[in-house]
Design a protein around this ligand. Structure first.
Ligand SMILES: *[C@@H]1O[C@H](CO)[C@@H](O)[C@H](O)[C@H]1NC(C)=O
Ligand SMILES: *[C@@H]1O[C@H](CO)[C@@H](O)[C@H](O)[C@H]1NC(C)=O
Ligand SMILES: *[C@@H]1O[C@H](CO)[C@@H](O)[C@H](O)[C@H]1NC(C)=O
Ligand SMILES: *[C@@H]1O[C@H](CO)[C@@H](O)[C@H](O)[C@H]1NC(C)=O
Ligand SMILES: *[C@@H]1O[C@H](CO)[C@@H](O)[C@H](O)[C@H]1NC(C)=O
Length: 447
């Protein structure tokens, strides 16, 4: 209720707040130079993880990206998970940046998606340029509910695991080069109940090959050799430093593109069992390990401090592994002026004209999708088989002790604000902001 009121109020402001949309062919203006992962221009967090240098005002508008660091991560607390609104780019402070509402449960992290929200996304603060990444996790469930564990680079090279909540016996795998949609690259790996059982999902990514392993067994592999595009004279193979992203998003949300909704198994049911029982859909993640690739000759290295791009092509020979700083002084800063807002001169600077637009500082998406949103899904393959409505998806037996679960969660949330230093309020705000941004984007599309 409150949300919808605020939403309505802010929607009215969309035309004023309007962040420009950006792409390779339509770069951001100088005032809001950073093109986010979601294709909108802004400053601050827009210039950190996900900032696409090839769609930004200039290649150096995005802050340099922290290089790969091998690590074993668990979730005994949320201390190492920053809210996206608070993170300025120092990976020694945090391992993850989240928008939405992550929560603790039994020493694991839950990515939650309360009714009507766009879910939660958690992104690693360091990048990897090839390497092995493994997550031990359980997917979410339900029509239109999408779980993702992906490697996603700033120029939109992408390697995926995705689970749609109507099929808990399948992990969908895919890869994209620079965001170019090619769903013929999709392949399925069979799993045993991805919702009720933990499984190890792993990527092994080298300059020559990608392997997807489930519980230690190779379920799929793709060789670079098969991806040559003779016209473009390049390998259509993921080859640029990527963040690890874990997310839960409403593919089947009303207003999402039809292709996305159909792919996700139909329209989301906001009164589903999980919503009734615990108040949200959820993904549970126990641990994530990141093992950096040890590249030579300038490809796939992690010898220095940060990665940045020195060419518009966005291919692996345009990556620099150098010593530029990665930290912004404030949410007013960009890669072009990383010190902006450094001193506490905020009051002095308060000579801002009330009518002046405030640039956006925290990015968010329209569909909630982290990687490719599958909006073109099925366009080339024709038939809309198995779309919409009840497809009789697997309903696993629920083996949770729900009373404990509920209890545990509220306790954890209580702890969070005190001991963890996390801030549930900010998280809620961030997720509301994401919804508002989503609303605005839809509004812009329609108008
Ligand atoms: C993968 O499984 C989904 C159902 O979960 C199905 O719709 C899709 O066609 C399958 N993809 C492939 C490539 O077999
Ligand atoms: C999709 O990728 C496959 C395998 O790399 C390739 O053979 C095919 O031509 C691609 N299709 C399009 C439309 O790009
Ligand atoms: C190869 O690259 C060209 C030029 O970028 C593009 O138009 C074409 O679709 C690509 N072909 C495939 C099969 O991906
Ligand atoms: C990465 O760059 C090197 C050197 O330019 C090239 O030989 C290799 O094929 C590239 N790999 C990919 C996946 O593009
Ligand atoms: C780190 O990068 C800088 C250039 O950005 C270079 O001068 C320096 O030698 C590099 N250090 C190492 C250890 O590679």
């Amino acid at each position: 209720m409150l949300k919808s009121v605020v939403l309505a109020a802010l929607l009215g402001a969309c035309s004023v707040l309007g962040a420009a949309e950006c792409s390779r062919d339509k770069k951001c203006p100088k005032a809001t130079p950073c093109c986010s992962q979601y294709g909108e221009c802004g400053i601050g967090a827009f210039c950190l993880g996900g900032c696409d240098p090839t769609a930004s005002y200039s290649l150096d508008a995005c802050a340099p990206a922290p290089v790969c660091e091998s690590k074993e991560l668990d979730f005994k607390s949320l201390k190492r998970v920053a809210d996206i609104g608070d993170y300025l780019g120092d990976p020694t402070d945090y391992d993850w940046v989240a928008s939405g509402e992550p929560a603790l449960h039994d020493g694991n992290v839950l990515l939650t998606m309360p009714k009507g929200s766009v879910g939660t996304v958690m992104s690693s603060t360091t990048y990897l340029w090839y390497g092995n990444v493994k997550a031990r996790m359980k997917s979410s469930r339900g029509r239109g509910v999408v779980t993702a564990f992906i490697l996603f680079s700033d120029v939109k090279d992408e390697i995926d695991y995705e689970w749609i909540g109507v099929d808990l016996e399948t992990a969908q795998t895919n890869y994209y080069f620079q965001g170019i949609t090619n769903y013929t690259n999709s392949e399925n790996i069979t799993v045993e109940n991805s919702f009720s059982d933990f499984h190890d999902y792993e990527f092994r990514w080298t300059p020559d090959k990608i392997e997807w392993l489930v519980d230690g067994k190779v379920g799929r592999s793709v060789e670079r050799e098969g991806t040559w595009n003779a016209t473009a004279q390049l390998w259509e193979f993921p080859q640029t430093p990527a963040r690890v992203q874990l997310s839960l998003w409403p593919g089947g949300a009303e207003g999402n593109p039809e292709g996305t909704v159909n792919w996700a198994g139909g329209t989301i049911d906001w009164n589903a069992e999980d919503i009734k029982n615990v108040g949200y859909f959820y993904v549970e993640v126990e641990s994530v390990s990141i093992e950096c690739y040890d590249g030579k000759d300038g490809i796939g290295t992690n010898d220095n401090k940060s990665y940045w791009y020195d060419g518009e092509a966005g291919t692996n020979n345009t990556i620099v592994d150098g010593d530029r700083d990665t930290v912004l002084a404030s949410m007013q800063a960009t890669g072009l002026n990383m010190d902006k807002g450094k001193k506490k001169t905020d009051n002095k600077n308060d000579n801002k004209d009330d009518n002046k637009e405030e640039p956006k500082t925290v990015p968010g998406g329209t569909t909630g999708s982290t990687g490719n949103d599958h909006s073109d899904e099925g366009e080339s393959s024709g038939s809309g088989a198995g779309t919409g409505g009840d497809t009789g998806g697997t309903q696993p037996t629920d083996n949770y002790d729900w009373s404990n679960f509920d209890q545990g969660l509220s306790n954890d949330n209580g702890d969070q604000s005190s001991t963890d230093g996390g801030n549930a309020g900010t998280r809620a705000q961030a997720s509301l902001l994401a919804i508002v941004v989503a609303g605005c984007a839809l509004y812009w599309r329609q108008s």
